[in-house]
Design a protein around this ligand. Structure first.
Ligand code: T6T
Length: 321
């Protein structure tokens, strides 16, 4: 605990010093300190759109402007040039969801060295010295929750598969690890391991088809994010196994909510992306204005089933604000 407090204190001091070096609010070396930019993992995706809605509302409330610039694929090679273009315009702060825990470290360090405040929203780098603040769900706990939810759905028996997005994504890797360690508490469950879909729903569907061919007794699937869950549902539909193989998916896109309503998916672990965006803006503004910054913030998650959908509508992700 002492170490943790020490680290938080250090981060706050560093944030204040950097804000001091980069000039007054509203003017820094040719840039505009009242401008923020959000760089999500990928464009046009309901999780990030909901995050953008929360960020825009909070920025307006605090008198800042925020622009969103996103790569067309969830890929560090595509996110890097987007970040470099943003850095050239010198906004006061960047809220970024790094698409890889190590590959984005260099470009993000350059942004930080240019005097821009860097806030991680959702995903994070392994190197915790680059961003001033990280806001995310407790993804390990989310994976553990998924394991307990799936175990209950399958009567604690049978083979289960994890479909993950891309190796190196901090959030989904933590979810898969949380799931794999929590599932060990159920001796009747056999973990078939983790397969990656490259954040493409079609690849998740193919993984389900191939797994069912090798393991016709497959009892359950944990899909670690939106693309994995949407694709897994398609795979089960194609194989005529809907409802027979239980599916727990992270996230709550409009399609995932439809799948839950239809009984294609048995449970969704919804996050609160709007709150991640809003808190990201608050931390960026605090850093710009030389106020204390919190190094790590955790947002809410909830497991939703068909029976409690109505009570949890506020967690459903949006296609537009
Ligand atoms: O699950 C979210 C996000 O938390 C994760 O880091 C990447 O995938 C999503 O954006 C959903 O597609």
């Amino acid at each position: 605990m002492r170490n943790r407090l020490g680290m938080v204190f250090g981060a706050v001091v560093a944030g204040v010093l950097v804000a001091g070096c980069t000039g007054n609010v509203g003017d820094s070396g040719g840039g505009d300190r009242k401008k923020l930019v959000l760089i999500p993992g990928v464009a046009d995706e309901p999780f990030y759109i909901s995050m953008q809605c929360g960020a825009e509302a909070k920025a307006a409330e605090l008198g800042y402007s925020i622009d969103t610039q996103a790569p067309t694929k969830f890929d560090a090679a595509q996110q890097t040039p987007v970040l470099s273009g943003v850095v050239a315009n010198k906004p006061g702060g960047i809220l970024i969801a790094p698409t890889h825990a190590t590959a984005m470290a260099g470009p993000m360090k350059q942004a930080r060295n240019a005097g821009i405040e860097i806030i991680e929203v959702d995903t994070a780098l392994d190197d915790t010295s680059i961003a001033q603040s990280s806001i995310a769900s407790d993804n390990t706990a989310g994976g553990e929750l998924a394991a307990r939810t799936l175990a209950k759905l399958i009567g604690e028996r049978g083979p289960v598969l994890v479909i993950n997005t891309k190796a190196g994504t901090s959030t989904t890797d933590a979810r898969a690890q949380g799931f794999e360690s929590a599932v060990k508490a159920f001796p009747g469950i056999t973990a078939l391991g983790v397969q990656y879909n490259n954040n493409e729903a079609a690849q998740a569907a193919s993984i389900v088809t191939a797994t069912l061919a090798a393991h016709p007794d497959l009892a359950g699937i944990f899909a670690t994010n939106l693309s994995s869950a949407e694709g897994a549902a398609t795979g089960l539909r194609n194989a005529n196994k809907l409802g027979q193989v239980k599916l727990v998916g992270f996230d709550a896109s409009p399609k995932q909510v439809e799948d839950l309503k239809a009984g294609t998916v048995q449970a969704l672990i919804a996050q609160d992306p709007a709150s991640i965006g809003a808190q990201g803006v608050q931390q960026a503004v605090a850093a710009i204005e030389g106020k204390p910054v919190t190094r790590t913030l955790r947002t809410e998650m909830v497991a939703i089933t068909q029976s409690d959908m109505a009570a949890n509508e506020k967690y459903f992700y949006k296609r537009k604000c």
